[in-house]
Design a protein. Structure first.
Length: 335
């Protein structure tokens, strides 16, 4: 007597940004999973790239990755165009899976798969819905994070939660470190969720709207340092802006951005109190700027002049070849 037939592989279409370092590992995982058939990948028009990953090493290309595996690639102007909806329907998917795709799906798209549209969000929903969760977690010194798989609805990140993994942080990670950690945990979550998708187990828990926090992309005020803040607040902005774009050192148009910094311990800092924003060039500590309760040692920075010239950077704050903008800042503020 033979046992029951194993379930047929589920047909999935992955939606992701072309250069997404979140989507590329997901596609690799799906392509090698024995219970998954990747029916297609939907991504952006050629040349339309997600700004999150510009300038980073080890660039990825999901269209090329999918084509190399013999997978159909759709690159529409809009995922909600009737032609795109028809093309998705022809792929006959059981599921649409979303991993860092930034167009909002309307009802005709949500109705395409036989079973559901599942979105993988690198945040602990209902907290940190929306864009740039890594920036905001670093900005808030978050310690209680997580990753989420949810059933997609017409709203933004507000569907019922299919599965989650908690991810504890120590509150001192920068945005890049948080991103890498949550991307890795999201891939683990995908492995946990696939057997449920195969079994058609879509039991999900509605989100508590009272616990919801939503964040959009950070603006200039969110990425600028206010030197009247205490050291922890200053360093949170620096960590939130690392590795890109760097925290604006001043709001006077100098275009200087801090990428790494630390608060000097009291026994290493100058003994004399100084008003916030005071700049010093120290023979041992290099560039130091006073905040409300400490001296901040600037470990690396870059200069982005307004004229559109290529940014210059310093490997360390005590580099003798400081950019012209930094020299001007020092001349204006250094004691």
């Amino acid at each position: 007597m033979t046992g029951p037939e194993p379930p047929a592989p589920i047909r999935v279409v992955l939606l992701s940004e072309t250069n997404s370092k979140f989507g590329a590992p997901f596609l690799a995982e799906l392509l090698t999973h024995p219970d998954v058939e990747v029916a297609g990948v939907l991504t952006r028009l050629p040349g339309q790239l997600c700004s999150y990953y510009l300038g980073e090493p080890d660039q990825v290309d999901l269209a090329e990755q999918a084509s190399s595996a013999g997978v159909t690639v759709l690159r529409p102007h809009s995922v909600n165009d009737p032609e795109t909806v028809a093309a998705l329907a022809e792929l006959d998917p059981d599921y649409l899976l979303i991993a860092n795709y930034q167009q909002i799906l309307r009802k005709p798209v949500l109705d395409v798969p036989r079973r559901a549209v599942v979105n993988f969000h690198p945040g602990p929903l209902p907290r940190y819905a929306g864009l740039a969760p890594f920036f905001w977690m670093a900005r808030h010194g978050e310690r209680d994070s997580g990753v989420t798989a949810l059933i997609t609805t017409p709203g933004i990140d507000d569907g019922p939660v299919l599965a989650q993994r908690p991810v504890p942080l120590d509150g001192t990670e920068d945005a890049g470190q948080i991103r890498d950690r949550l991307f890795s945990e999201s891939r683990r979550l995908l492995r946990e969720v696939i057997p449920r998708l195969v079994a058609g187990d879509l039991k999900a828990v509605p989100q508590d709207p009272e616990q919801r926090t939503y964040f959009s992309s950070p603006g200039p005020d969110d990425t600028s340092i206010n030197w009247s803040w205490n050291a922890e607040e200053v360093l949170r902005v620096v960590r939130a802006c690392h590795p890109q774009p760097g925290a604006l050192i001043a709001t006077d148009g100098t275009g200087l951005r801090v990428h790494q910094a630390r608060a000097l311990p009291r026994d290493a800092a100058p003994g004399t109190a100084h008003s916030p924003g005071t700049v010093r060039s120290h023979p041992r500590h290099g560039l130091m700027i006073a905040c409300a309760d400490a001296w901040i040692q600037v470990l690396s920075l870059s200069w982005h002049p307004q004229g559109g010239a290529a940014p210059s950077s310093t490997g360390g704050a005590d580099d003798p070849d400081l950019a012209a903008g930094l020299v001007e800042l020092l001349a204006a503020h250094t004691e």
